[in-house]
Design a protein around this ligand. Structure first.
Ligand code: BGC
Length: 736
């Protein structure tokens, strides 16, 4: 049942609708697209039916050899078209943060959005949609009609090497933002994926780690993020993941693909495999519609093998028709045939850089600001800039999502490792120098730099300067998890030494996700800038000098210690060798990830349940101004919260509404949020609608809400909550 229908027939006194982010009905007309698809399938000759069901990775070198057709573009994927039927070829590129670099193999550049974690820290769907529209426009201008974007896996473990490609630890925030990003991408008449379906929570043993989680817990967490993302964004394709779930590879999981995605949710688009994730032809029967990057799999299953099966067996023939119908539905819904993407399109680089800069600015989170150390005075006489290659650029995350701006990396450090990804991966910094931007904001200051290899030397520079800004980095990549949450390469010691030398020490973090901060009590201010993208240096300086008032809020919890995590030790990390291919080594392929430990209580919900205090909670973020919140007003299906800017600067606040109790049971669930910009002294109201699934439990195919008092509170973060208001609700249960 849809939410709208639930609302229409609900008897409960409080049922709130999904957060307002309407999909654009002009760009997605699924029913019409599906009708056309059915007609095209009816006109297909048998030998045409396996043309669009499989594709190659058109990449010279680096993996198994493949013939690259003349009309393919170097990138992640190429799928032949069917000219007779006007079906266009699919030209696929990665990923969620922009058109990827493929290590310069295509010899062009793109605008790098900040990491998805940074994007999520804005809590701003409209901004994320702009970002999606920007990267989609670049994909289109380069001739691609499929962008492998929409990473929405929940951050169950902050050590996951792909944390930076995903939004958050919360299903509502992640789903809404992924939906917004996908809407933006698809507004360019290209297809976006949503990925990696599902429960793809770690890179350690990524192709064989077997996830264990109860169905209800999965529906209330990771699957809900996908469900909301699909409803909001209507992506043409779902990319299934590498990992196993309940013993089956995700791309071969009848439960996830057929039962959940297609039957329960009624998904109309197609499921494409991740690259090298298809174990056998049987995956087609289990719900996989398209084999991607086929040379990376143990065989080309969805070509002649599939045609032979369909010729011999009507069940396979019916399934093959369904696969074609789904792929064509996505093609027609996005208008790929009527609005063909051609290489050589124009890109407004300056406008795109500004989008990346806006996202970075709104994503920066001020974590600490003692004695008003920030913003820095433009009149500062001497500033020591230390570490993080801040004289050159800003850090980016690596792997298939690596984007590179014009001129290539400012700094590129090679990384050792084995597996097919090893040659692809490096620690790269975008050409946006924080040091140059700091100089531009403080033209009269002496700004000097030390990378910090020699700690004493860096501390001496700090001691001679009015203020010291230390840039600390945590590099992350697809293919590898970080072993712990420390800042690598002795950066903690560097910060300690600089802070001891200069009482005005500011730390700027460029990290993929949470890190520990043993020096927190000794520095004046901490700014989390994540991987801030193409104009990260400018965005950081703008926040440091107060031109931008920070408004980011953490989209994931920063633990004090790894021992606070549901799995203090990352499963398998004690014996799995770093391998960018993620294949089983030494026959050790029996790795399990037990997600039943936390179940649907991911992130802040786990901390609330276990009563542990993290370093910084989910939702946390300071501003150069102050805000007060009114009592939440909950009337029927809507909630609203008044906000006042009580400080002296204009700024933006993110109102967070939490469910704190249900029928006498303590709960902690984000049920609504909204960002509001306010002039000093001004008040505004954030209105929210709440998805009833967020109040419910999922069991045996149904959502259910017990009768009783439901309490809601406004949070500055997931821990600092207002006095709750109570609403009575009747029991209710419904099906998706
Ligand atoms: C990644 C996907 C990506 C694909 C194609 C895989 O390694 O997991 O996210 O889209 O490669 O490059």
């Amino acid at each position: 049942m849809t939410i709208a229908r639930l609302l229409a027939c609900s008897a409960v006194s409080l049922v709130l609708a999904a957060p307002a982010l309407a999909t654009d009905p002009d760009t997605v007309d699924l029913a019409a697209a599906e009708k056309r698809a059915v007609e095209t399938v009816a006109r297909m000759k048998p030998e045409e039916k396996t043309i669009i069901t499989h594709g190659i990775m058109p990449l010279p070198g680096g993996g198994p050899k493949v013939d690259i057709p003349a009309d393919a573009i170097i990138g992640a994927g190429y799928v032949q078209g069917i000219e007779r039927l006007g079906v266009p070829a699919l030209r696929e590129t990665d990923a969620s943060l922009g058109v990827t670099w493929v290590m310069g193999a295509r010899n062009d550049w793109a605008t790098a959005l900040p990491s998805a974690t940074s994007q999520a820290a804005s809590w701003n769907p409209a901004l994320i949609r702009r970002g999606g529209a920007m990267i989609g426009a670049e994909a289109r201008a380069k001739g691609f009609n499929v962008l492998l974007a929409g990473g929405v896996n929940l951050a169950r473990d902050p050590r996951n090497g792909r944390t930076f490609e995903y939004f958050s630890e919360d299903p509502l925030l992640s789903g809404i933002l992924a939906g917004a990003a996908i809407q933006g991408v698809q507004s360019n008449h290209i297809i976006s994926t949503i990925k990696h379906f599902a429960l793809n929570g770690q890179e350690t043993g990524r192709k064989y780690v077997d996830v264990k989680i109860a169905s209800g817990a999965a529906h209330e967490s990771d699957l809900l993020a996908f469900q909301i993302g699909i409803e909001q964004g209507q992506p043409g394709s779902v990319m299934c993941a590498y990992n196993r779930v309940h013993g089956a590879q995700a791309c071969d999981s009848d439960w996830m693909l057929n039962k959940v995605l297609k039957q329960e949710w009624g998904y109309k688009g197609f499921v494409m495999s991740d690259w090298g994730a298809v174990p056998s032809i049987q995956a087609a029967i289990h719900g996989l519609d398209h084999q991607s990057g086929e040379q990376l799999d143990p065989g080309v299953f969805f070509g002649s093998q599939l045609a032979d099966k369909a010729a011999a067996d009507t069940a396979w023939a019916t399934r093959l028709n369904d696969m074609n119908r789904r792929i064509l539905t996505a093609i027609y819904a996005a208008g790929l045939d009527k609005n063909p993407a051609q290489p050589g399109g124009t890109i407004d680089w300056d406008a795109h850089a500004l989008v990346a800069e806006d996202v970075a600015k709104q994503g920066i989170v001020l974590l600490k600001n003692e004695d008003g150390a920030l913003p820095l005075a433009m009149t500062a006489k001497s500033i020591a800039v230390i570490g993080g290659y801040a004289d050159g650029g800003v850090l980016s995350g690596a792997g298939s999502s690596q984007v590179m701006g014009k001129g290539g990396p400012a700094v590129k450090l090679p990384v050792a490792g084995s597996g097919i990804w090893a040659g692809f991966i490096s620690e790269s910094y975008h050409r946006s120098s924080p040091m140059a931007a700091i100089k531009a904001h403080a033209p009269n200051a002496i700004v000097l730099y030390r990378q910090g290899q020699y700690i004493k030397d860096a501390a001496e520079l700090a001691a001679r300067s009015e203020v010291a800004v230390v840039f600390a980095t945590q590099w992350m990549t697809e293919g590898l998890d970080v072993p712990d949450l420390s800042l690598p390469r002795g950066q903690d010691s560097l910060i300690e030494a600089v802070a001891a030398a200069n009482p005005n020490t500011i730390v700027v973090l460029e990290t993929g996700g949470p890190v520990k901060m043993p020096w927190l009590g000794k520095v004046k201010a901490v700014v989390e800038a994540w991987y801030p993208g193409a104009r990260g240096g400018q965005a950081i300086a703008s926040v440091l000098f107060g031109e931008t008032n920070p408004s980011g809020h953490l989209p994931l919890t920063f633990p004090a210690e790894e021992s606070q995590l549901p799995r203090p030790r990352l499963d398998g990390s004690d014996w799995v060798e770093p391998d960018f291919g993620g294949n089983p080594k030494n026959g050790k392929d029996k790795l399990h990830a037990d997600y039943d430990i936390e179940g649907s209580d991911v992130g802040y919900r786990w901390y609330a349940r276990s009563g542990t205090k993290p370093l910084f909670p989910f939702g946390y973020g300071l501003s150069y101004t102050t805000f007060t919140h009114g009592t939440p007003v909950i009337t029927g299906t809507a909630a609203s919260v008044a906000v006042t800017n009580t400080g002296r600067r204009a700024g933006a606040d993110v109102v967070q509404l939490y469910l704190t109790g249900r029928a006498g049971e303590p709960k902690r669930r984000l049920v609504g949020f909204g960002r509001v910009e306010l002039a000093p002294g001004a008040s505004g109201t954030v209105t929210m609608t709440v998805d009833p699934r967020l109040l419910a439990d999922w069991k045996d195919g149904r959502w259910s809400i017990p009768a009783g008092d439901y309490t809601f509170a406004v949070g500055s973060d997931a821990e600092r909550l207002s006095t709750p208001v109570a609403i009575k609700m009747n029991a209710r249960s419904w099906k998706d």
